[in-house]
Design a binder for this molecule. Structure first.
Ligand code: SAH
Length: 396
């Protein structure tokens, strides 16, 4: 096995259990190693720190599989890690009885670059690291064994695979996809999950709890849902008794799926739902020009800053939509605003939103910090900035 020797002082983050080793932290690689191969990680004094997956094409040159010098990386390792991840969800009361649950959350579950979501009897797997790719078969076998699922569908088609030198790959890798549209129940609402061509794994499970909260806050309110995708927030708002919903997305297929979702829920009053296929930045300005106002606004944009390098431009975009959001609120109105940008941490996001309120000329306060659900744990050493963060702000 090749040996990766860290530069002096660079073992500190590894000792804190952060799984990433950046190219600049590597003093040398002794021996030959192909992408995804396991390497032994040593500090500059020759002490074995653990084992990692080697990734020669990426700035993240290696991702730690284990911090235990005695643990070997083999099929059994992945079986144990996958089983432990699945078991972690099984004990959580908020996840009991959910049709849609994230079973593996990458780094936070000790499986860097591996995501697995369960939608009923189907598990969707996404691999974004060379190491995950190398152990793909073992991970699939582990998932089948730990879940008893009928089908594993692979959606390894994320752009970040390019950074690892990996080709996109999608399709059934175990069993068969059930015929017809796959649906799940989420907080009493039926939602279609398109595992084949939906975004990411087909559905944004990380917003489940926040969609529920939106429903709980929605009674009697005029709701604006920006970047609505398949309308998860809008349908929860309608279920919670919203007076009206305006849902905006630039994607035609997402809106079609959103409307199908509404039709799947005859208990909801479709007459209250309005849809706009539009760019949110333009739509918010048009709503302001038209003098429209809302009592509850959801801003759940795509990642504006995939990494810290994009943070400044992204910060302007976040501020822009948040200013517009605050300006469209009636007195007492609530803005539920999110960022899933790895390059923007919780603290910076709060500063941006606070600045937006000032620029919008409103007096607001945070009434709730919003985060991803219990099935999206954040590893002790993995920064929160990598994951979804959000704020619910109420204005006077
Ligand atoms: N809130 C959703 C997930 C949002 S994903 C949920 O709970 O499921 C982000 C969405 O933003 C995508 O559907 C994408 O089509 C849309 N989008 C991206 N850029 C946009 C823009 N400039 N204007 C409008 N929609 C946009």
């Amino acid at each position: 096995m090749a040996e990766l020797i860290l530069a002096p002082g660079k073992e500190r983050s590894v000792m804190r259990r952060h799984p990433w080793i950046f190219a600049g932290s590597v003093a040398k690689l002794a021996g030959r190693s192909k992408p995804g191969d396991t390497v032994e990680v040593f500090n500059d004094r020759g002490q074995l720190m653990g084992r990692a997956a080697f990734s020669p094409n990426s700035q993240i040159r290696a991702r730690m599989w284990t911090f235990d010098a005695d643990e070997s990386i083999d099929h059994g390792f992945f079986k144990r890690r996958v089983a432990a991840s699945v078991a972690r969800r099984a004990v959580h009361p908020q996840l009991a009885g959910q049709d849609g649950v994230r079973l593996i959350h990458g780094e936070s579950d000790g499986l860097p670059g591996v995501i697995a979501d369960r939608f009923g009897k189907v598990v969707v797997l996404q691999i974004t690291s060379a190491g995950g790719e190398k152990w793909r078969e073992a991970i699939i076998a582990g998932l089948v064994q730990a879940t008893g699922c009928e089908c594993v569908y692979e959606r390894s088609d994320s752009d970040v695979r390019k950074l690892e030198g990996l080709e996109p790959r999608s399709g059934v890798v175990y069993g068969e996809l059930p015929a017809g549209p796959l649906t799940i129940r989420e907080n009493g609402v039926t939602m279609e999950v398109d595992v084949v061509s939906g975004h990411k794994t087909g559905f944004y499970l990380d917003q489940r709890d926040n969609r529920l909260l939106t429903g709980q806050l929605a009674a009697g309110r005029a709701v604006l849902n920006c970047f609505c995708y398949t309308a998860g927030f809008s349908l929860q708002a309608l279920a919670g008794g919203a007076a009206s919903t305006l849902s905006i997305d630039s994607s035609g297929p997402a809106l079609e799926s959103a409307k199908r979702n509404l039709a799947l829920n005859p208990q909801l009053d479709a007459a209250r739902a309005e849809w706009w296929e539009a760019d949110v930045f333009e739509a918010l300005r048009k709503l302001r020009a038209d003098g429209r106002k809302f009592d509850l606004i959801v801003l759940d944009p795509p990642k504006f800053a995939p990494s810290a390098a994009h943070a400044q431009r992204a910060a302007r975009a976040y501020k822009d939509i948040n200013i517009l959001g605050f300006r469209l609120l009636n007195p007492g109105g609530i803005l539920m605003t999110y960022s899933c940008s790895g390059g923007i941490g919780q603290e910076l996001f709060q500063q941006i939103v606070a600045g937006a309120a000032v620029d919008a000329g409103v007096d607001g306060r945070i009434i709730h910090r919003l985060s991803a659900g219990a099935d999206h744990p954040i590893g002790l050493a993995v920064p929160e900035g990598e994951y979804l963060k959000g704020l619910a702000c109420q204005i006077d």
